[in-house]
Design a protein around this ligand. Structure first.
Ligand code: AP5
Length: 192
């Protein structure tokens, strides 16, 4: 199985690259942000609860997000593995993921971290905000808060996964297809 985490700050290109990699490697795709936005659009109780946090650029509580992933993990038996985009984002979420994978007799292949300078992240998100309708892309203040929360709460996972030799940093600047090429080269080198 190929179980990947696409990692990095808001706007780094996790979603864009995931869409290409799932086709290339025949993987399932779980993106917590997409699942949460879908729940908001459908006004489910979970969506109504999550919206308060998301609109401010805050993290949704671990318990809500972990439950969401747990419920979906077993839905993809016909695939070669999974790409997780936006999960885990905290150490408790990473611990829960370890438990989930262990209970399936499975493990992580790698954490592929895209790296893009701060200013470019802001430009990408503000540009997307012009058309995306995402409230968290609309204001500079919210974008800055999302990036700060990434540094405070999510970046510590860099060490967590480096200590397990699972962490790989990939330059996320350039054309989309160039970045895909870098990712595929790295992933394939791990499968040999
Ligand atoms: P989420 O939906 O995960 O958003 P994010 O991490 O902020 O990531 P983005 O979707 O903004 O960026 P991305 O890295 O996927 O980049 P993309 O490919 O879209 O989370 C949203 C919220 O949900 C969180 O703030 C939180 O509230 C909640 N949440 C989600 N998961 C959670 C969790 N586990 N725990 C708690 N809360 C959680 O690209 C961005 C833009 O750049 C696009 O317009 C794209 O076209 C463009 N672009 C991509 N690649 C390039 C390139 N190479 N050059 C130029 N532009 C590019």
């Amino acid at each position: 199985m190929i179980n990947l985490i696409l990692f990095g700050p808001p706007g780094v290109g996790k979603g864009t690259q995931s869409q290409i990699l799932i086709e290339h490697f025949n993987l399932a795709y779980l993106a917590t942000g997409d699942i949460l936005r879908n729940s908001i659009a459908n006004q489910t109780p979970l969506g109504i609860e999550a919206q308060k946090f998301m609109d401010r650029g805050e993290l949704v509580p671990d318990k809500i997000v972990t439950g969401m992933i747990e419920r979906r993990m077993n839905m993809f038996s016909d695939k070669n593995g999974i790409i997780l985009d936006g999960f885990p984002r905290t150490i408790p979420q990473a611990n829960s993921l370890d438990t989930m994978l262990k209970s399936r007799n499975d493990k992580l292949t790698a954490v592929m971290a895209l790296v893009v300078p701060y200013d470019e992240l802001v430009v990408r998100l503000l540009n997307r905000g012009k058309t995306s309708g995402r409230p968290d892309d609309a204001k500079m203040e919210t974008i800055k808060n999302r990036i700060k929360i990434y540094h405070d709460k999510t970046e510590p996972l860099t060490r967590y996964y480096s200590e397990q030799d699972l962490f790989f940093a990939i330059n996320g600047v350039g054309k989309v297809e160039e970045i895909t090429h870098r990712l595929i080269e790295n992933i394939e080198s791990l499968l040999i």
